[in-house]
Write a protein that binds this ligand. Structure first.
Ligand code: CAA
Length: 430
């Protein structure tokens, strides 16, 4: 469906596809096994200018349809390796709070370095006891003169240790309900900021996920996002709105990659004297897989365009594309393993990695249960708005119940209807 994309979108696709085939696919299995950060890939991406894609032009970025192009880039990288897809996309997640809520000085200081791929960044929201319920975090930060002092810990820091900058969300006003949390930029190497427990993961193994610890960690007061306390939760949520299409794009890339492997393998593999792709059961499986991948892709692109245009329906579309694309990725990659049969289950071949990498997309940046919650909350608001429009057409009958007080006037009116139509009813049942 490249024809539906602009020239700019297609150029990003071609550039990254070529780079992924040259620099990512051949080494993906090696880094997955070693669970090692692929610095050679990061450097190749930086050299090719790919980190510019989501950064505004005035801060050294590429400009244009930044979120859509980001999704295209992540999709292409993930088609070759899901781990590299998130290794790249997590930098967008970490820097969106600066783009959305940073001061001019914060943007000028950090965004050009992020665009050049010189600075890598991570997003520290989750904690051991605060996952889906992000607002319940307990990491604290208090102002002390010209500094903030951070104490606490963060869990699941993706890109941790590799990154030099961390967008950390911490409680600055425990008594406040709506202004409790602030975003703070913390540089790697700040005294009191350490890492532990490098997680041993099922998938996305080339990107580190660690625990981050803060003990009496002092950062300059001008590292508070936007220069104002209390806006952290909003920044975190608005960030997820524009970042979730990126996870969804990772899922589309994984599903597309797995589908391609399945197409080639089923065209080669022979059983019962014919290629297995010549069995109708296999053809139908492939047809369903391809249809779902395309549907997911178009939903992701729609959400990305909504983000680029700042549309009001972004929160809902973003949750929808994340939910749908990641569920599709899990289904398609599992089916691809199935089509490879016993070979699919073996670590000697590339397909099982797609399934392992896909699983996390249903979990991070908001579980798919949270996406359903976001979508349904949004639908309930819509129901209130629609009520006025549709009210005249809705049934308003009231049940008459003996001994429950006087019959309300509308019930009495409804009750009187059959009396008028008795002859008609009698005719009907004769
Ligand atoms: N944009 C802007 N503001 C928003 C918002 C949005 N999308 N959503 C909510 N807010 C604001 C609300 O307006 C409200 O503001 P006021 O208090 O001023 O009225 C405030 O935030 C609280 O909103 P809610 O009452 O809706 O908040 P909640 O506590 O009920 O939580 C939630 C809502 C959607 C469940 C949220 O907690 C959530 O998204 N949870 C999932 C967290 C998540 O995605 N974590 C992933 C971590 S990152 C990661 O995984 C990355 C990685 O490793 C790669």
């Amino acid at each position: 469906m490249d024809g539906l994309l602009s020239k700019e979108n297609r150029e990003w696709r071609e550039r990254v596809r070529a780079l992924a085939e040259k620099a990512v696919r051949p080494v993906a299995a090696r880094y997955d096994r070693a669970q090692e950060y692929p610095w050679e890939i990061q450097k190749a991406l930086a050299k090719e200018g790919i980190f510019k894609v989501w950064i505004p032009e005035e801060y050294g970025g590429a400009g244009g349809e930044r979120i859509l192009n980001l999704c295209i880039v992540v999709e292409e990288l993930s088609r070759a390796c899901g781990g590299v897809g998130v290794l790249f996309a997590v930098n967008a997640l970490g820097s969106f709070p600066i783009i959305l809520g940073g001061t001019g000085a914060q943007k000028e200081k950090w965004l050009p370095k992020l665009a050049a791929g010189e600075t890598l960044i991570a997003y520290c929201l989750s904690e051991k006891g605060s996952g889906s319920d992000a607002a319940s975090m307990r990491c604290r930060a208090r102002r002390d003169g010209n500094e903030y002092v951070i104490d606490g810990e963060k869990k699941w820091t993706t890109n941790g240790q590799a990154a030099n900058l961390y967008t950390v969300f911490a409680v600055t006003d425990p008594k406040s309900k709506s202004r409790r949390i602030s975003g703070i930029l913390v540089e790697k190497g700040t005294p009191g900021f350490t890492f532990s427990k490098i997680e041993d993961k099922m998938g996305i193994r080339c990107v580190p996920v660690v625990e981050s610890h803060f003990r009496n960690c002092r950062v300059p007061a001008d590292h508070v996002l936007g220069g104002l306390e209390g806006y952290g939760f909003r920044h975190a949520m608005a960030t997820l709105d524009i970042a979730r299409p990126g996870v969804a794009a990772q899922a589309v890339g994984l599903a597309q990659g797995a589908l391609e492997w399945a197409l080639v393998y089923t065209s080669r593999r022979k059983q019962f004297g014919q290629r297995i792709i010549d069995f109708q059961a296999v053809q139908h499986m492939l047809a369903d897989m391809a249809t779902k991948v395309e549907a997911a892709r178009q939903l992701v692109y729609a959400a990305a365009r909504a983000a680029d245009r700042g549309l009001d329906n972004l929160t809902r579309l973003s949750a929808m594309c994340k939910l749908y694309a990641t569920d599709v990725a899990m289904e398609v990659t599992t089916n691809a393993v199935q089509l490879f049969g016993g070979y699919g289950y073996m670590r000697d071949y590339p397909i099982e990695k797609y399934m392992r990498d896909a699983k996390i997309t249903q979990i991070y940046e908001g579980t798919n249960q949270v996406q359903r919650l976001v979508i349904s909350r949004n639908l309930m608001k819509e129901a209130t708005l629609l009520a006025e429009l549709l009210d005249p057409y809705l049934p308003k009958e009231t049940q008459y119940v003996l001994d429950e007080g006087p019959t309300p006037p509308e019930a009495a009116a409804a009750f009187s209807v059959p009396a008028v139509s008795v002859p008609a009813i009698k005719t009907l049942y004769q």
